[in-house]
Write a protein that binds this ligand. Structure first.
Ligand code: TXA
Ligand code: MG
Length: 317
């Protein structure tokens, strides 16, 4: 069932049920992070490997100390600045968070999401919520309640409909390294430049293309079921690539008899608008009549870097 009843959603969470929750990034598939049976249901529902840990969502900065043994002061400063918001921080966990949540790691990934419904839900339950993105493992992430309905309908107890996600890409994940550099494990709406404005520490972006640093940073991810190819769309259209082509374009309209479905992410060339539309456009292309999807690299600046990371993984087979 889909609706906007936060009280009902809170009751379900307290009973160990699964609720899909809206956030500013993507929809999450949430359960009480302190209830191991409920957390196990998340893995089953998503068909997610158990070695892939979950992000824990909390309601306020003060709640950190309930679940976190230690957080580096510099990371706390960043959290206080960006929360509620799309920044996830790895911290040494307390015993009360079960190993199943962190896949055996001593570190938990934690954030305060920025959506009024989910903040109210967190406050009503008084519980931390473990929530991965609410999609089957490896598939395109959901940015609307309807995406969750289509993908996981029978398997979730309730979908809390908070509208379209305002950012549309997963949170930026950071950790403090032993050498005191801040490492970005997953690129997202908060860019290295945004972080560097606030800290003197060196910021590096993990090269997760070749090496899987965080479990789950798998090469193939966010993928439509159709083949997706990244390149120069004009050239690809001239090649012998098929007759029913779908195009996922940043700004420009492409012209060809072979194009039967085209999604333009931002006519004005605004990367944030494009990021917000990216996953919905991929959902529509995957559901539509095209046999194959062509896309092009985005300008590799700001949130464009995170978008390029997503399409690269979506194209990987
Ligand atoms: O924006 C988001 O972060 C969304 C919303 C729902 O909050 N959540 C999300 O969760 O993207 P998920 O499970 O789809 O991605 C979480 C990523 C995974 O790649 C996982 O490997 C990594 O975070 N992660 C989680 N806990 C970790 C840990 N303890 N150590 C290292 N990586 C971790
Ligand atoms: Mg995910």
């Amino acid at each position: 069932m889909t609706g906007t009843d936060i009280t009902y959603a809170a009751a379900l969470i307290q009973q160990g049920k699964l609720v899909a929750i809206p956030t500013e990034t993507v929809y999450g598939l949430a359960a009480n992070a302190l209830n191991t049976d409920a957390v196990l249901k998340i893995f089953e529902t998503k068909n997610r490997p158990k070695f892939n840990p979950l992000i824990v969502h909390i309601d306020r900065v003060e709640s950190l100390d309930k679940y976190v043994e230690y957080i580096h002061p510099e990371l706390r400063m960043l959290a206080e600045h960006f929360w509620p918001g799309p920044l996830t921080i790895l911290c040494r966990k307390k015993e009360n968070l079960h190993d199943i949540v962190t896949a055996g790691s001593a570190f938990v990934a934690i954030r305060i999401p920025n959506h009024p419904f989910t903040l109210e839900l967190l406050q009503k339950t008084g519980l931390p919520l473990a929530a991965p993105s609410a999609n089957p493992f490896g598939y395109i992430s959901p940015t609307e309640a309807q995406h969750v309905e289509i993908q996981l309908k029978e398997k979730v107890d309730y979908i809390l409909d908070g509208g379209t996600c305002s950012i549309g890409l997963e949170s930026t994940i950071i950790q403090m390294q032993n050498n005191n550099e801040i490492e970005i494990l997953r690129q997202g709406a908060i860019t290295p430049e945004d972080l560097q404005l606030l800290t003197d520490k060196k910021i590096i972006v993990a090269d997760t293309q070749d090496k899987i640093q965080a479990p789950g940073m798998t090469k193939s991810h966010y993928a439509p079921s159709k083949k997706l190819i990244i390149g120069n769309i004009d050239n690809l259209l001239l090649s012998d690539i098929g007759q029913k082509i779908g195009v996922l374009s940043f700004q420009k309209r492409f012209i060809s008899d072979k194009i039967i479905h085209q999604e333009i992410l931002s006519k004005s060339g605004d990367l944030r608008e494009a990021a917000k539309n990216l996953f919905s456009a991929m959902h529509r292309l995957d559901a539509g009549a095209a046999d194959i999807i062509l896309t092009e690299p985005f300008p590799n600046e700001g949130i464009g870097a995170a978008m390029n990371d997503k399409i690269t993984r979506a194209a990987h087979r």
